[in-house]
Ligand binder design. Structure first.
Ligand SMILES: [Zn+2]
Length: 327
């Protein structure tokens, strides 16, 4: 297996635990109606719940979504971004999907069979963490990763890890430990709440954390699920995950993203998954980025054929920087 990262650890204190993940967000409307809700419809839904604490939280989420400074309108802007990316990034090994995080508008893409679910490796980890948080009173454990002995990809191990550093360094041992308490039904209901379907729920710790490629997710649904996660920083268990993604883009497995953004903060997560292309490669690298880290406007998913996730992060960071400079 590829080594992804050999960086330092950041020791973070777990933050105070927030409210539970809002089951009655716009997402439930989207699931119920099978299509993204219109904003007014969504707003009515939120306001109708606003007399409760849960509703208040929902309004805060909505405020975040509406407060995000908008991107330029479609058409001309999208055409420029689309043209620039296709001219500058010509490799046939590269696939990408760029979405406006506030409206979910597809800005640019190069992705064969975009509606087909793909294995995404460790990109599932933040959602497994949410499933764990739901079940354990929104408290995450700390864990000591001893590397190969604990089934981690980093031979010497990550040492002491908490949830944020486990996300930042994509520690397999940490996640195998937490998913050992989850059932396939827990994973299934987390996926439903997050708005993506997983086909047959993965079984066993290694499969659950994305090893072996048994998870297959529609890449756009995965992007939307990350957008939803980033829009609800106060939801139970989410803040720790977003901190981990910020850390990942700075000094973790996705440090290539931070390198190309010259200090600007982004949220990022890498994944390495079995290749599904011909000719077959040892694996495909993924990186999912949200920019800026506070109230993201852009969501970009990049896949590089025959490369580990850390390498996808370097290319992804360069692409994201190209898009930002055009804004
Ligand atoms: Zn580890």
């Amino acid at each position: 297996m590829w080594g992804k990262e050999s960086g330092r650890h950041a020791v973070e204190k777990p933050s105070p635990l927030g409210r539970r993940w809002d089951r009655h967000s716009c997402l439930s409307l989207r699931l119920a109606h099978g299509a993204p809700p219109r904003r007014q419809e969504c707003l009515r839904h939120f306001i109708s719940r606003s007399v409760t604490g849960e509703g208040l939280f929902a309004v805060m989420v909505l405020a975040c979504l509406f407060a995000a400074s908008p991107l330029p309108a479609a058409s001309l802007y999208d055409q420029s971004v689309s043209r620039l990316l296709s001219e500058r990034y010509t490799s046939g090994d590269l696939s990408y999907i760029l979405v406006d995080a506030a409206t979910r508008r597809l800005i640019a893409s190069r992705w064969d069979s975009i509606a087909e679910p793909v294995p995404v490796g460790s990109l599932v980890k933040p959602f497994l963490a949410l499933a764990y948080a739901q079940k354990h009173d929104f408290r995450y454990p700390t864990y000591f990763c001893r590397g190969v002995r604990d089934g981690c990809w980093l031979p010497r191990g990550h040492g002491q890890v908490n949830i944020s550093s486990a996300i930042a360094y994509s520690c397999n041992a940490y996640f195998m430990n937490i998913v050992s308490t989850l059932t396939p039904e827990d994973v299934e209901s987390m996926a439903q709440r997050s708005g993506f379907s997983i086909g047959q729920a993965p079984f066993g710790a290694a499969e659950m954390i994305g090893l072996g490629g048994s998870w297959r997710i529609d890449p756009r649904e995965l992007l939307y699920a990350y957008i939803l996660l980033a829009a609800a920083p106060r939801a139970g268990g989410a803040a720790e995950l977003l901190r981990g993604m910020t850390l990942s883009a700075k000094i973790g497995t996705a440090e290539g993203v931070g390198f190309h953004l010259h200090g600007a903060a982004a949220l990022a997560k890498t994944g390495t998954a079995p290749c599904i292309h011909q000719p077959r490669a040892p694996g495909d690298g993924y990186v999912l980025m949200l920019y800026p880290a506070d109230q993201p406007r852009l969501a970009l998913l990049v896949r590089v054929h025959g490369a580990p996730g850390a390498q996808a992060a370097r290319l992804g960071g360069r692409m994201l920087n190209t898009v930002i400079r055009l804004e």
